[in-house]
Design a protein around this ligand. Structure first.
Ligand SMILES: Cc1ncc(COP(=O)(O)O)c(C=O)c1O
Length: 377
């Protein structure tokens, strides 16, 4: 397969571990192995006795059983573990799509949600959201673009990079449209549980529709990206078996070390989510103040998750802005060109403990009267 560069990942490969202040990460503050082992008495002893062999290629029964508790209507046999959410997306696109097929993808989007389909030879319709419209999705656009060749709809709530959500009602309308047209629905739910108002949390798609695939991962809501454990949850057993066969050609199975720690973490997931949400909400207050006093930037305040997608008011290029922030403030922001979404937005990440320090660096740079972006009166 020939595939275009994953622009966000190439950008991170260049800067993530070089720039002092990371202010665009999409994951939450991580936990140490020790912190995870402390979650249960006796876990450390068991962890040290693990035998480092191959594991069950679907994911250990304990892991899948624990993941299934995150849903209302699926059980262990409906879960397939992957190396991150990324592998789940790769497997789904390769299994479901053939050259000449068509998919409709909410846009902007995490690039693999459309790029792999294009590499397979599919036509991709980008279901575009705009900040002027509060990142809303127009259902008519979805309805008008479904053709006989359409195979799947791809959505992502809470959304990367905007932090937006939709109403449960609208979400159910999307599911209904998928159902009426017998389409797969890939629902990327990797930021689920990080809603600022829990009453806005959407139900997992796999609980509502047999041809829906809910995508989950340890990286975002749970702050454990280093485990590289993700999963698909679906009641479509035929699809699940095909995904499992495909995995034989990618990673075969997960690391037992990661599976053990992921299972342990998920048995106490509320504590992890609570810690992460408290960091996010306290950083969000700082961002409210920041945007109030920074008229050169505008944002649609996110509703969930550790990311937002603000806009530069003047006609500044976000690529130039982000490269100046790296060079002059030591702060890493992610330009919207890495999302193929013009050159006017940037992604801001605020799930980390040292975010206040990073934001102070950015503020000092923007307040500097010598800065091109000076916000001094
Ligand atoms: C929406 C979305 N889906 C999937 C992924 C992939 O997650 P992971 O890197 O843990 O595999 C990401 C990562 O940023 C993401 O933002």
């Amino acid at each position: 397969m020939k595939i275009n560069d994953f622009l966000l990942e190439r950008f991170f490969a260049k800067y993530e571990f070089e720039v002092p202040y990371l202010l665009c990460a999409s994951d939450c503050e991580s936990f140490s192995i020790d912190e995870i082992l402390q979650l249960e008495e006796g876990a450390e002893k068991k962890f040290k006795k693990l035998m480092l062999g191959y594991t069950d290629s679907q994911g250990s029964p304990e892991l899948r059983e624990t993941i299934a508790t995150l849903y209302n209507n699926v059980s262990k046999q409906d879960i397939l573990a992957f190396a991150g959410a990324e592998e789940g997306i790769f497997a789904f696109m390769n299994i479901v799509l053939n050259p000449g097929d068509h998919i409709i993808v909410q846009f902007p989007a995490y690039q693999s949600l459309f790029e792999i389909a294009e590499a397979v030879g599919c036509k991709v319709t980008k279901w575009t959201m705009e900040p002027e419209n509060n990142w809303n999705l127009d259902l008519n656009v979805l309805l008008n673009n479904i053709t006989a060749k359409t195979k799947a709809i791809v959505i992502n709530f809470p959304h990367n990079p905007t932090g937006s959500l939709i109403s449960q009602k609208k979400y159910e309308s999307i599911i209904e449209i998928a159902q009426d047209n017998k389409l797969y629905l890939l629902s990327d739910e990797v930021y689920r549980m990080l809603e600022y108002n829990p009453s806005k949390r959407l139900e997992p798609a796999c609980d509502l529709y047999d041809k829906a695939i809910s995508l989950g991962v340890m990286s975002k809501s749970f702050g454990l990206a280093g485990l590289r454990i993700g999963w698909t949850a679906t009641k479509d057993q035929i699809l699940l078996n095909k995904l499992a066969s495909f995995k034989d050609y990618t990673t075969i199975c997960n690391s037992i070390v990661s599976e053990y720690l992921a299972t342990l973490a998920l048995t106490k997931y509320q504590a992890l989510v609570e810690r992460n949400l408290s960091i996010i909400l306290s950083n969000l207050e700082l961002l409210d103040q920041f945007f109030n006093k920074t008229p050169s930037l505008d944002w649609v305040r996110p509703q969930a998750g550790p990311i937002a997608f603000p806009k530069l008011i003047k006609d500044f290029s976000s690529e130039k802005f982000c490269s100046d922030c790296i060079e002059k403030a030591g702060v890493l922001l992610l330009p919207s060109s890495t999302f193929l979404y013009g050159d006017n937005h940037f992604r801001l990440g605020f799930g980390r403990k040292n975010m206040p320090e990073a934001l102070s660096q950015l503020t000092a740079y923007l307040e500097d009267t010598n800065s091109l972006y000076s916000i001094q009166a």
